[in-house]
Design a protein around this ligand. Structure first.
Ligand code: CA
Length: 295
């Protein structure tokens, strides 16, 4: 461990359709290696790629137990991307004594308007819903076959539970049970510390002329984000394509309008991001922030 690295290990929790490595290709592209170069102990973990935040959170508690045992550390830092944020929040709510901090990176902490839109277009019991679920299950099964970074047992899949876990109504129900770190007012900041756990968040927004330039001119997921952004109503013009700026707020808001789409924020794909953006730096700076907080 280097002099300004966090004292506790960093556990990185992926979002929906998350993975550790697909045929060697990492989810946290260039991020794990950068954090390690700065002396941090880092564990990118896997939980069900498609499931509820509670089921994923229970699996995360098992991963945390393994990391604690392996490293001898009393606590871990949880950094979740997208649904990984809700997953981390659940684990911290259940075992705060195991968690030094929860950091939400583009987390739908008040739900995703894209999920709301999809639920409206493919309501419960409809043919569209069944087709959508079939496609999602197919993708998740293929991804499980290509996963090369995970050696644990097969993880359960539940498409309906995953969708419910991402809509505004579904997240509101989740928030009523696990409110730790949430802002009291829309667009505000949350408590920086609850039950001994620090809470932080950062997120980006699509910014025409910036996020669609640079490497993103050649990046499919950026195009997808621009299309998805059209489904936003409440946060129209202030989203990263999948999550709204204010919906992402949790605890201390480090920043909520970095010029990064929902995939850029984890340096996807292959580091292709908008003009002048540096998503990896945000992770390295955060590790230094945790160290400075004595954690
Ligand atoms: Ca990109």
């Amino acid at each position: 461990m280097s002099a300004n690295a966090p004292r506790y290990p960093l556990v990185l929790v992926p979002g929906l359709l998350g993975f550790i490595r697909q045929l060697g290709y990492p989810y946290w592209y260039g991020i794990v290696s950068a954090l390690r170069r700065h002396g941090a102990t880092v564990f990118p973990v896997l939980v069900s790629s498609v499931n509820s935040s509670e089921v994923r959170g229970e699996q995360l508690l098992e991963r945390i137990a393994e990391v604690r045992q392996q490293t001898g550390a009393a606590k871990v830092h949880l950094i979740g991307h997208s649904q990984g944020s809700l997953t981390a929040r659940y684990a911290a709510a259940m075992r705060p004594e195991w968690v030094a901090s929860v950091t939400s990176v583009a987390g739908p902490n008040q739900g995703s308007e894209l999920a709301d839109y999809l639920q409206g277009k493919a309501p419960h019991g409809s043919l569209r819903e069944r087709l959508l679920a079939m496609v999602l299950r197919g993708i998740a099964r293929c991804m499980a076959l290509l996963e090369t970074g995970y050696k644990g047992s097969r993880l359960p899949m539940d498409v309906a539970a995953a969708q419910q876990s991402l809509t505004s109504a579904g997240v509101a129900a989740f928030n009523a049970k696990y409110p730790q770190g949430l802002p009291a007012t829309w667009g505000g900041e949350g408590a920086e510390e609850v039950a001994g756990v620090r809470y932080y968040s950062w997120s980006g927004t699509l910014q025409p002329g910036i996020t669609d330039q640079g490497g993103n001119r050649f990046d499919g997921p950026n195009r997808a984000c621009r299309i998805f952004a059209r489904t936003f109503v409440r946060e129209a013009g202030h989203c990263d394509g999948m999550v709204g700026r204010y919906s992402s707020h949790l605890g201390k808001v480090i920043g909520d309008s970095y010029p990064l789409d929902h995939f850029d924020i984890v340096n996807q794909t292959f580091g292709l991001v908008g003009k002048g953006a540096d998503p990896v730096k945000l992770f390295v700076e955060h590790a230094q922030r945790l160290h400075a907080a004595g954690l």
